[in-house]
Design a binder for this molecule. Sequence first.
Ligand SMILES: Nc1ncnc2c1ncn2[C@@H]1O[C@H](COP(=O)(O)OP(=O)(O)O)[C@@H](O)[C@H]1O
Ligand SMILES: [Mg+2]
Length: 222
Amino acid sequence: MLGRLPGSSNQALVVLVHHVELTEPFHAVYKATAAERPLFDFPPGTLARREVAAFLVSEAMGWQLVPPTAHRDGPFGEGMVQQWIHPDPEADVVAMVLGADERLRRMAVFDAIVNNTDRKGGHLLPVPGGHVFGVDHGVTFSTVPKLRTVLWGWMNERLDTEEIAGVERVLTALDGNLGAELRTLLARPEVTATRRRAAALLKRGRFPRPGRNWPAVPWPAF
Ligand SMILES: Nc1ncnc2c1ncn2[C@@H]1O[C@H](COP(=O)(O)OP(=O)(O)O)[C@@H](O)[C@H]1O
Ligand SMILES: [Mg+2]
């Protein structure tokens, strides 16, 4: 264990992972379930598994939006461990969000599928080379529509061919391995709702619009 992430509401820790198959250790984030702050709108003790589920959906889409994330036992008990991303110090996330940078489109598609209720600017990590990772997916997969995000730059616009293909890949995966894996991490209705969201997104073929019954933008936004 190296230290705590200041400001983390779930006592996220930075750790060094020594993996038997690797010669060098690597940095990671470790969020123990025991340290989760209870929320009014998510069952207690479920956030770490939601983060793993979000990683699996990202993998199924084929876009590597979420850094490798696993459910593991750790010094403070079971929780999630996620590879540490070293963001590009030159990148300007605020400008990317406000300018509706094309590189964030896929994240918006992903968020619509996982029903992300906390896509803040600080949860977008651009790395050297141009790729953008997303982190902090503990409050996802609710059965209730509650998309809350800073990524509204393409609302109601048509999904492009590659984005449609990504949604189709998730739907196919949900009917196979991904569906089975998600059922070990989420409640069954949450997996069903995920499939429904992906199918609806594909049918409509457009980026979502803000809902009426839920604040559409997180606070603070960045
Ligand atoms: N995998 C990661 N790589 C690099 N930085 C991260 C990673 N995960 C989180 N962070 C940083 O730590 C901050 C706090 O982590 P976050 O996941 O938001 O914790 P919490 O669950 O408490 O909200 C994030 O806003 C981000 O800046
Ligand atoms: Mg956070």
